[in-house]
Ligand binder design. Structure first.
Ligand code: COA
Length: 259
């Protein structure tokens, strides 16, 4: 599949999406979101894709929503843009398979919000992340005010969102905004290594774990525990549960089929 602003490849179970609008630091305009949506739908449906990796270029993962596309906009345009960005981001967040963001350079505004919809964020040591929207007289509109406090707490989220000052990779790691920081050269191999590890797990159990976590986080602990219990029990109807436990007892590696 060929796109104007992204490159999408499927290599041995890994769906790899590279944002490719380098002259604008991968700023996310409606066309980029539309291409991403197409890719996310494909990735969701294609059983050959086991893990999705999203990456940018060396200088920027993505420097945010496209300011050119918004500058002269009115309320109606703002609704249209956020309807689209939130829909695409939700599709990514709900992806029934693991997702990884490889963050190099700037991940700002919508760029960071996109990375936030992934299960894992691995950053290179040149990464700079933040939500500078306040400096444009607006607020994050792609989930930033919702997902960031849920991940790092209100205090640190306020620091990022109210001040609009991006932070470097090591601080992002300390705050729990990214899982790990590696050198720029190691970024892609590190993400691929993580993807390979994930591919050895049962796809159906991974999906169940993701569903249980994502559903439960918005519930009371009591309700969440119920969701976990039901999901746990459901897995006893799968071949992968039988295979996983049998393999343990037979002292061999399991071979999961995702059913
Ligand atoms: N929207 C539209 N264009 C953007 C952009 C964005 N979010 N971020 C960068 N660009 C464009 C610049 O306008 C410039 O285009 P030009 O060469 O046609 O003038 C090009 O990308 C390169 O950016 P530039 O600002 O020259 O690079 P820099 O290295 O000096 O600065 C940043 C890098 C990331 C600090 C700076 O581009 C920036 O602050 N971007 C906006 C970040 C932001 O506010 N994001 C939230 C948007 S809601």
């Amino acid at each position: 599949m060929t796109y104007q602003y992204i490159i999408y490849e499927k290599i041995q179970g890994l769906g790899k999406v590279k944002l490719n609008r380098p002259k604008k630091l991968n700023a996310l305009n409606p066309e980029v979101y539309s291409e991403l949506e197409d890719v996310f739908i494909d990735c969701e449906k294609d059983p050959k894709v086991k893990v999705l990796l999203i990456m940018g270029g060396e200088k920027a993962f993505a420097a945010g929503a496209d300011i050119d596309a918004m500058a002269e906009g009115d309320v109606v345009l703002a609704y249209q843009l956020t309807d689209q960005s939130q829909r695409v981001q939700e599709r990514l967040a709900d992806m029934p398979k693991p997702t990884i963001a490889a963050i190099s350079g700037y991940a700002l505004g919508g760029g960071l919000e996109l990375a936030f919809c992934c299960d894992f964020r691995i950053a290179s040591d040149n990464a700079v992340v933040g939500v500078p929207e306040i400096n444009l007289g607006i607020i994050p509109g792609g989930g930033g005010t919702q997902r960031i406090p849920r991940l790092i707490g209100l205090g640190r989220a306020a620091e990022l969102i109210f001040l609009g000052e991006p932070i470097k990779a090591d601080q992002a790691e300390k705050w729990g905004l990214v899982n790990k920081v590696v050198s720029l050269n190691e970024l892609e191999p590190e993400c691929e290594k993580l993807a390979q590890k994930l591919m050895t797990k049962s796809p159906v159990a991974l999906r169940a774990a993701k569903d249980s976590m994502r559903t439960g986080i918005n519930m009371s602990l009591k309700e969440g525990l119920k969701v976990e219990q039901q999901t746990f029990c459901m897995l006893f109807g799968t071949s992968d549960q039988k295979e996983g436990m049998r393999a343990f007892l037979e002292k061999r590696r399991p071979s999961f089929i995702g059913k």
